[in-house]
Write a protein that binds this ligand. Structure first.
Ligand code: SF4
Length: 183
């Protein structure tokens, strides 16, 4: 199957039967993993590690001449603060004039959960274009807009007609997988 043609690839739990918790010995882990039936795969909630949005950022933050928009609550993407220096370093390795990391957050709040966040995303994309004139605007979709049903693909398709930067939607909502490496 060619995952590149899909809007989003299958998560690792589906594709590789991966899990992030197991109770037992190494030999049992090896045996059970071959059968694809590890303990813990049925757990629906885990709060002990990063999410796939943050791992997606680790790669996307290194793209030059791009503005990243994290569509979500203000906390999503906060990890970029810790790696902004490294990201800038990687960009400058390829182009000494690169500006480094530029990212925005749509700062969704309780009212947006009820009314939808598309208006804020539209404003953020237009602001990114006007303020930074980047080659690309990368929009990372987080859990909240996915749960409330923001149609970001359609919105970004419409916005593409209004701006010159290439808009790239990335569907990396954290709740979709317990394995952050899915990103
Ligand atoms: S995308 Fe979801 S799991 Fe990841 S930081 Fe945002 S709310 Fe948390």
């Amino acid at each position: 199957m060619d995952y590149l043609k899909e809007k989003a690839p299958p998560i690792r739990e589906e594709r590789l039967k991966a899990c992030n918790a197991f109770g037992g010995s190494c030999s049992k882990l090896s045996k059970e993993s071959k059968k694809g039936c590890l303990n813990g795969t049925k757990r629906s909630f885990a709060q002990t590690q990063g999410c796939q949005l943050n791992l997606s950022l680790a790669i996307l933050n290194t793209i030059r001449d791009a503005v990243l928009i994290i569509h979500g609550p203000i906390g999503c993407g906060g990890s970029s603060i810790a790696v902004s220096g490294i990201s800038k370093g990687f960009q400058k390795l390829r182009d000494s004039k690169s500006k480094g990391l530029i990212w925005l957050n749509t700062n969704l709040d309780e009212a947006d959960v009820i009314n939808g966040g598309e208006k804020k995303l539209r404003e953020a994309v237009l602001y990114a274009e006007k303020e930074f004139r980047p080659s690309a605007i990368v929009v990372l979709n987080s859990c909240v807009p996915a749960i409330i049903g923001d149609d970001i693909d359609n919105l970004l398709l419409q916005l593409q007609k209004e701006i010159s930067a290439k808009i790239v939607p990335v569907h990396c909502e954290g709740f979709k997988t317990k394995i952050m490496a899915t990103a």
